[in-house]
Design a protein around this ligand. Structure first.
Ligand code: SAM
Length: 323
């Protein structure tokens, strides 16, 4: 089989699929308090359509799929989708990114359906701060969801992702570090990116890794690894930093994204999309779909230009893309 590569020679292996634009949180750095104009049901890809795109993408070289949103667990019967995707030959990894609020009820069904990796977004361990940021007073339920996950060792690792925001995240760094040492959670801080619907992002709000103390680096040799990973001198626990703004990893980016309404995006900050939904719904063949995916990948952007005069904000916020 030919490898999937773009015009800069990057090998593309990973597909992030947003299965809904809706979310039950209203994180201030992502969505306005009143939400966004949601997509209509007919605009959203059905599970059959998602499965078909995934199958075609895997047949031409995609190896990893991550389900995201919006909040993916608000869409009904997601274990059914997981089960269908799991069956596709050639899929090496199937993961989910969630805010965790519905995990207590759904972790068991997801594990049983064949989910093997998970990222839970959690920006604060302090109830009031969490409530203010997400505009939902639900920290306890997220922590319960994480505990529930621990009962299903086939879902591994359990990653906890926090957006690092200046004057917000600093005081809790050690609490998160302690959590990563006490529990089997891998902790990641991700820099705040200009993908918020309210356009509040300012470069000064990014909290960079330099603020944290020295740790022992972990190297895997995987060039597409986005996180700088560290363990502690006694080897217990892992933390990491994902620095798309201060240290862009575009040169080794192996990702593409499918939005809930079937648009293929080859960069988080893309200003153009490929309408796979229109192709799907025009009775096209799998070969036609494969051709469109290959073509979009070939045209993948060189880099995102944040901090450069050439930077243009994407026309969608993170929740509308699928983070
Ligand atoms: N609802 C799910 C969740 O909370 O993980 C999946 C979708 S959410 C858009 C995915 C991730 O994007 C979350 O970790 C969220 O914190 C992150 N995110 C949203 N807006 C962001 C921004 N402007 N900069 C950095 N990360 C952002």
């Amino acid at each position: 089989m030919e490898l999937l590569v773009d015009s800069y020679g990057r090998r593309i292996k990973s597909l992030r699929i947003s299965i809904t634009d809706k979310c039950n949180f209203r994180c201030t750095y992502c969505m306005p308090a009143e939400g966004l104009p949601w997509l209509k049901k007919a605009e959203i890809l059905s599970y059959e359509e998602i499965e078909r795109i995934a199958r075609v993408a895997i047949s031409i070289g995609i190896e990893q799929i991550r389900l995201t949103g919006g909040e993916p667990l608000v869409r009904r019967d997601i274990p059914d989708l997981v089960r269908q995707l799991r069956k596709i030959e050639g899929l090496r990894s199937l993961s989910l990114t969630t805010n965790g609020i519905l995990l207590k009820q759904q972790a068991g069904a997801l594990a049983e359906a064949g989910l093997t990796r998970i990222n839970v977004s959690l920006d604060s361990l302090v109830r009031e701060k969490f409530a203010k940021l997400t505009r939902r007073d639900q920290l306890a339920r997220v922590l319960e969801g994480l505990e529930e996950l621990e009962r299903y060792p086939t879902i591994h690792p359990i990653k906890v992702n926090a957006v690092a925001i200046k004057d917000y995240s600093e005081e809790e760094v050690l609490d998160f570090v302690r959590l990563a040492r006490r529990k089997a959670y891998v902790m990641r801080w991700i820099e705040f990116m200009p993908l918020d619907a309210d356009q509040i992002w300012r470069k000064e709000d990014i909290l960079t890794e330099a603020e944290y103390g020295p740790l022992v680096p972990i190297t895997t040799g995987d060039p597409s690894e986005t996180a700088r990973r560290y363990t502690f001198s006694d080897g217990r626990g892992e933390v990491g930093f994902i620095n798309p703004v201060s240290e862009p990893f575009c040169a080794t980016c192996d990702r593409i994204r499918l939005t809930a309404d079937g648009q293929l995006r080859t960069c988080l900050f893309a200003t153009e999309e490929t309408d796979l939904r229109a192709i799907l719904r025009s009775n096209a063949s799998d070969e036609d779909l494969a051709k469109a995916i290959r073509q979009a990948i070939w045209n993948k952007e060189l880099k995102h230009y944040i901090g450069d005069k050439r930077f243009k904000r994407a026309n969608r916020s993170m929740s509308m893309i699928g983070g």
